[in-house]
Design a protein around this ligand. Structure first.
Ligand SMILES: Cc1cc2nc3c(=O)[nH]c(=O)nc-3n(C[C@H](O)[C@H](O)[C@H](O)COP(=O)(O)O)c2cc1C
Length: 332
């Protein structure tokens, strides 16, 4: 298997944590890296540097201590502003700049950014050329397969990207109009991979080791981006990596290990965000981790009313202690 290279960086494996605003913060990125992601992409940072003083933006910009290579995503619709944002992010420690043309969020798209840009191919070229020229580091791009089913211009955008000097491309197998509905399709990604020489990453609905194998085979892609399936399940990277290498499934993590990982994640969130914000952000992550375990719904309703970090950690411990007892009860 050939190694994936992005500019001067050789990735340790082919698996990338997809950028997810509000999810892939520094604590989550660090955890996914430790559990097998070959690359993580930080949350989108607005290209409008005037907004960088907000607490939320400042926390997103803190990436100097992240493991290398540090990829930071920018979004926007103005070539000059995006070039400036890329330069600023590099000064702040970014080693790869990723441009978001894949996100259908209203907040992003109404300002003619994210996947809305794919409608204007001339503007896409202008943006990519401006950003590539602005920084010495590799610039990567994330797109969807097109604007809608009648305008599936992902292949043309991909060629524009390669011509502009983009170092790697990630393609989510849906159009902008699909939002997150229906199933991702991989034929367009396969066509894009065929047409380009730069590394292509396939993305969309990869939620198991078997699906990862299937998507790699169907697209010929160099690597995979995994988003929602990593929520509450950061060990999916090592599971996929193991399966791709051996054809065999790793056993699911034990309850003990899940508890250890979740408590570690919880503490990291509390430390990173501080008490008030940390408690709020921890709620959704804890919900994702426990979703598949019995009793999770009742626990969640109770957990979401807790208002100190200590209480959150103690309740997670208690939840697992009760599950351990149940398992032991069954064994005995
Ligand atoms: C909550 C959430 C936030 C997202 N934020 C971003 C973002 O900031 N930038 C981006 O390029 N894509 C964003 N995406 C899209 C993901 O990167 C990915 O393309 C999409 O979820 C499909 O992959 P999946 O099926 O593995 O989740 C977001 C997705 C979700 C669910």
């Amino acid at each position: 298997m050939s190694m994936v290279r992005i500019g001067p960086y050789t990735l340790p494996n082919r698996l990338v944590l997809a950028p997810m605003a509000g999810v892939t913060d520094r604590p989550f990125r660090a955890l996914c890296r430790r559990l097998g992601a070959g690359l993580v992409v930080s949350e989108m940072v607005t290209s409008d540097t005037r907004l960088w003083h907000s607490r939320k933006s400042r926390l997103r910009l803190l990436h100097a201590d992240d493991p290398e290579p540090r990829s930071v995503q920018i979004a926007g619709g103005d070539p000059r502003m995006l070039a400036e944002a890329a330069r600023c992010n590099v000064e702040l420690g970014a080693q790869i700049i990723d441009i978001n043309m894949g996100c259908p969020a209203k907040k992003v798209c109404n300002k003619a950014a994210g996947s809305a840009l794919m409608r204007d191919e001339a503007l896409v070229a202008e943006i990519l050329e401006a950003v590539v020229k602005a920084v010495e580091v590799p610039v990567t791009l994330k797109i969807r397969t097109g604007w809608d089913h009648a305008n599936r211009n992902g292949l043309r955008i991909a060629r524009i990207a390669e011509d502009a000097g983009i170092a790697a491309l990630a393609v989510h197998g849906r159009t902008r109009a699909d939002l997150y509905q229906g199933q991702a399709e991989y034929d367009t990604i396969a066509a894009i991979k065929q047409a380009l020489t730069i590394p292509v990453f396939a993305n969309g609905d990869i939620d198991s080791p078997e699906k990862a194998r299937q998507v790699l085979d169907a697209t010929g892609a160099d690597g995979l981006l995994i988003g929602r399936a990593a929520q509450g399940r950061p060990w999916i990277f090592r599971e996929i990596e193991h399966y791709l290498n051996t054809g065999k499934r790793l056993p699911a993590p034990s309850l003990e290990e899940r508890e250890r990982i979740l408590l570690e994640h919880l503490t990291a969130l509390h430390l990173f965000y501080g008490e008030e914000m940390g408690i709020r952000i921890a709620r959704k992550h804890v919900g994702w981790y426990l979703a598949s375990l019995p009793g999770a719904r009742e626990f969640r309703a109770h957990f979401n009313r807790l208002d100190t970090t200590d209480a959150q950690s103690a309740h997670v411990r208690q939840f697992f202690a009760e599950r351990h007892d149940e398992v032991e009860g069954v064994a005995a």
